[in-house]
Ligand binder design. Structure first.
Ligand code: FES
Length: 405
């Protein structure tokens, strides 16, 4: 047994200086310090001051960027603004500013730590042999001494300003990571007024307006871009030649076709012979398109296929002839199930490849989705336009805690 491996009494350990305990610790751990050199052996070396100044600068950048991030996150006007609105520029800058400030905050701290280790902490090469088993008292005492030694040689103890800046930058970088989580704390059941986007809770969509007696047309998105116009009726947004949403008639779809449709109230319908370019309906149309659970796939099955369709119990009259309307929100985790494969009558979700059978009430037949796509009851009004015959009879999209089915 080497001398360092013998048992030490408390008196012997108490009598040792920190240096001696640190040296003993390295020996007990089988560590050999092959090389060690202080970066600045001479006090007040100008090079040391330059190195410390560079670290200060990076820490200050990190701190300022962290404060800027929190300022932007809390106070910046982030709400969506239409092109041409006064605050449109502020809105578009919100996300880039969050990215730049959070990046700088973390980079500032990172560069400072790297610089500190490379320029201030002594250069050292140590080699250690591994050993098994729990640590003995002597090991515990000596490791404490070694940590003390590291603290001393790092010179952080006497650099109070650096300690403060390092602490500040670390806290702010941590806040940069943690603070955005605050935006996720919301009450999903806090209902606002029911509108074309639902009432904000998970139970509702624009189609829920049907429960209040509102006529809802199935309308397709023309993609028309609105421009600001000032006319007799004042300044408003309108599209040229065609509305953003137009109502769909049965003859608009070929057999085997699929069209994505959104709810459109009679009040906001502005198409066909009654199209009036001066009417200001664009914003409401966009709200309908942006309603998170509003998109519906209107599918016209080929007649030969439709004859084989199997209806879900209680939903036998939800379709209109060969036309079926299914929610476009995947029941797995809510992607848009955008693909309809007419040859097989399958609806495909591109996110995780779930497949639903349009001939069997949107039942999942492949992939991770476990529930059928909810079906919207539809009919055609006296003018030939598709309208919702009712609201969906089950929640749309993926599962949530309170959901029982
Ligand atoms: S979200 Fe559709 S399969 Fe996952």
């Amino acid at each position: 047994m080497s001398d360092s491996k013998r048992t030490y009494t408390d008196q012997e350990l108490n009598a040792m200086s920190n240096d001696e305990l640190a040296r003993l610790g390295t020996e007990l751990d089988g560590v050999t310090v092959a090389y060690r050199k202080a970066r600045f052996p001479v006090a007040n070396d100008p090079a040391e001051k330059r190195a410390v100044r560079a670290i200060y600068i990076w820490l200050a950048i990190g701190i300022l960027a962290g404060i800027a991030f929190l300022g932007v996150y809390i106070f910046w006007p982030w709400q969506f603004q239409l092109l041409g609105d006064d605050n449109h520029m502020f809105h578009t800058l919100y996300t880039p500013l969050l990215g730049v400030t959070s990046g700088l905050s973390i980079l500032g701290l990172g560069f400072a730590v790297v610089l500190y280790v490379k320029r201030i902490v002594p250069e050292e090469i140590s080699v250690q042999r591994r050993h098994d088993g729990p640590s003995e008292e002597v090991d515990r005492r000596t490791i404490t001494a070694l940590l003390n030694d590291s603290w001393e040689t790092s010179t952080l103890g006497r650099r109070k300003a650096l300690q403060g800046l390092l602490g500040g930058a670390g806290i702010l970088a941590g806040l940069v990571v943690v603070a955005p989580l605050g935006g996720m704390i919301k009450n999903p059941w806090k209902a606002s007024e029911l509108g074309i986007m639902g009432d904000g809770t998970l139970w509702t969509s624009g189609w829920t307006l049907h429960n209040e007696g509102v006529t809802l047309y199935l309308a397709r998105d023309t993609g028309a871009i609105a421009e600001e116009h000032t006319g007799d009726s004042g300044t408003h947004w309108t599209t040229t030649g065609i509305s953003r949403l137009v109502r769909v008639r049965a003859e608009d779809l070929d057999a085997g076709a699929m069209e994505t449709v959104y709810p459109l109230t009679a009040e906001d319908a502005n198409d066909g012979e009654n199209y009036d370019p001066s009417r200001d309906v664009y914003e409401n149309h966009m709200h309908s398109i942006h309603g998170p659970r509003n998109p519906v796939m209107l599918i016209r099955l080929r007649t030969a296929d439709a004859e084989k369709a199997i209806e879900r119990e209680g939903q036998e009259d939800f379709h209109y002839g060969d036309y079926y309307a299914y929610s476009k929100i995947c029941t797995h985790i809510g992607c848009p199930t955008s693909l309809f494969e007419a040859q097989t009558n399958r609806i495909l979700c591109p996110c995780h490849q779930s497949q639903f059978d349009a001939l069997q009430y949107g039942k999942p037949i492949f992939g991770p989705a476990a529930r059928a796509l909810p079906q919207l009851p539809i009919e055609v009004d006296e003018e030939g336009y598709f309208v919702a015959k009712g609201n969906f009879i089950e929640p749309l999209g993926p599962a949530f805690w309170e959901r029982t089915s």
